[in-house]
Write a protein that binds this ligand. Structure first.
Ligand SMILES: Nc1ncnc2c1ncn2[C@@H]1O[C@H](COP(=O)(O)OP(=O)(O)O)[C@@H](O)[C@H]1O
Ligand SMILES: [Mg+2]
Length: 155
């Protein structure tokens, strides 16, 4: 079993968060899962916007809160963006998500994943975002060795 590596980056503004995400998006191969954890307004969707752009998508990224999931096309894979905010019983959507895991033509990004923890792969990039008293964001990434190429992109 590999131990996850953890690293931190401070982001001063939304553009910086997008820029970091864009670098990671450029390195995605397909088949990865990314879990985003923060309070409302932490910058999860902002991160996904940069990630999709980095992966070569021109699709509009917005919070899928009311649709649960959205799909963005990139030249190499689809990004499936889930948001389970206030959805204690993910039901059939959790089944859909489970079927997408490890599909090499798909990258999964999940906001508010508490209710779907058991269907997420253990090998995933985890990003926790905290707002600092100054209004900045402290990004704490955690990833297994198999995803080292994503760490290299931003360290
Ligand atoms: N460093 C930062 N990184 C990301 N967003 C920031 C940052 N500083 C301020 N913001 C603002 O915080 C909000 C984040 O919103 P959003 O990405 O939708 O968060 P979430 O999806 O976590 O609810 C945006 O209004 C953005 O402009
Ligand atoms: Mg959001």
């Amino acid at each position: 079993m590999s131990i996850d590596k953890t690293w931190q980056i401070i982001s001063d503004d939304p553009a910086k968060t997008e820029q970091l995400a864009e670098k990671i998006g450029k390195q995605l191969k397909g088949g990865e899962t990314i879990e985003l954890v923060s309070d409302l307004g932490g910058g999860k969707t902002t991160f996904v916007r940069g990630l999709a752009r980095g992966a070569g998508s021109t699709d509009k990224v917005a919070s899928p809160t009311f649709t649960i999931s959205k799909v963005y096309d990139t030249p190499n894979f689809q990004i499936h963006h889930f948001d389970f905010y206030r959805l204690p019983e993910p039901g059939i959507v959790a089944d859909e998500l489970a079927e997408l895991v490890n599909d090499p033509k798909i990258v999964i990004v999940v906001e508010w994943a508490d209710s779907v923890q058991e269907v997420l792969p253990s090998e995933r990039l985890l990003l926790r975002i905290k707002q600092t008293p100054e209004g900045h964001r402290e990004l704490t990434f955690s990833a297994p060795e198999s995803l080292n190429y994503l760490r290299e992109a931003v360290k």
